[in-house]
Design a protein around this ligand. Sequence first.
Ligand code: ATP
Ligand code: MG
Length: 501
Amino acid sequence: MNQVYSSSPVDYLRDISAWVSSVQKLDQLLELIMKTSVRMMQAKASSLLLVDDNGKKLYFEVITGSQKEKIKSFELKVGQGIAGLVAKSGEALLVEDVEKDSRWYKKVSRDTGIDTRSIICSPMKSDSKVIGVVQIINRLDGTPFTGDDLNILNVFADVAAKAICDSRRMARVSRENLDLKEQAAKRYKIVGKSRAIKKSISDALKVADSNARVMILGESGTGKELMAHMIHKQSPRKDASLIVLNCGALTENLLEDELFGHEKGAYTGASSKKYGKFELADKGTLFLDEIGEMGLNMQTRLLRVLQEGVYYRVGGSKTVSVDVRIICATNRDIEQEVKDGRFREDLYYRLNVVQIKMPPLRERKEDILVLAEYFLSQLKAERGEVDLHFSKDAVKLLRNHCWSGNIRELKNAVERAVIMRNGNLINSEDLPFSGCISRAGENCSPSFEPGETLKQAVKHFKKDFIASTLKAYGGNRTRTAEALGIQRTYLSRLLTDYNLR
Ligand SMILES: Nc1ncnc2c1ncn2[C@@H]1O[C@H](COP(=O)(O)OP(=O)(O)OP(=O)(O)O)[C@@H](O)[C@H]1O
Ligand SMILES: [Mg+2]
């Protein structure tokens, strides 16, 4: 028998497919689907049941019809009644007259006073696993449901299943996203209780909210990159990306290519279009690390972009315009670089709207233990070891060690100690500098071993002195050689001899 529907099935399904993409809330969408199926089949009521997490029970998720409040509290076992059987077998069922069917579970109808006569029920599947069922009861005109009705209900069940799976996937993705954000926030935590670091943090928080360009200054390993992340995470741009580009690590051509991208065929080897970091950072933040290493030609190009707000990809003829906040950092004495003509003054003023200084560790001794404990707690969490502590001696040694400015050095020391220790206590011998003598105080002397000959001690001193000068000049050999008053070639030889490469 051909069924007569009030509108064409195609119209109903078209409506539903429009809702699937426009209705944001799953429960509203499922209700719409179920109400439409009832209207379309001119039936009395419908319900959608979901299989619980254990795969043992079915509970009512959506109910239409007059008795919905009463039905809500019922649960069915998978395998029990028509709905339970459909959930178990994954096969749709049509029951023309429930009274004549022993599979029918009377209790729900009896207890709620529903006069159930005819039922159609279809499974909802995800990757061939049944996640629930949809069922419709009683035609308004009292006639039983037909095979055509069941075919149509199968389509409704598929649409509902897809909506449920999409929504569950979205929920999982957004949960994971939240987890990742929390992890990232933890990773970018700036630890410290000294006045110096608190001042840097409070300066950064004041400026984070604005669009102002920030220049972060500080020696190597003092947390400049960490600070850039913190500013980005506290800014209105936090949901877009922070893109990092190390200007010191690339030749001029590569830097240009990385910053601005290129068009297909811009040069030999440019086989496809490439987006530059500027474009990737659109609506977000671009962190130009080691800006002091940028050559004068690139400085001029960068300045032009900052002045004009647009640029061309390499080999391109169309302007690209982006909305990017720039944060930069350097461990060089940038003002001296400007004075010496190695850094453009006009670019310096454009970038240095707000300046944040990262204090070296040796100037904030109160932070040594706080940081050491923080790094230890991170390692404990990573390794799943709860009961791991510094011994009193280790604490003393950490506190009294003559730290340079570099916090990475402290982090590495803690990491090494965790690897080397026996048992749950980290002793002073586990720290990489145990056995070296160093004086605490404002002017730390380089460490030396007792019992060395003068020649050995001088050699150690020379090594330390060259290493720290090289560090102070950001690894620039020409300037280090100048400062030490020796030839660059001689410096290179010393670096090889002392294994300082
Ligand atoms: N205040 C701090 N709290 C927690 N961790 C810190 C802090 N400062 C630095 N660190 C850690 O020390 C390491 C060095 O920090 P970062 O890379 O941000 O320094 P940097 O100044 O950019 O170094 P470089 O000059 O070598 O590029 C990182 O592992 C960072 O997580
Ligand atoms: Mg850095």
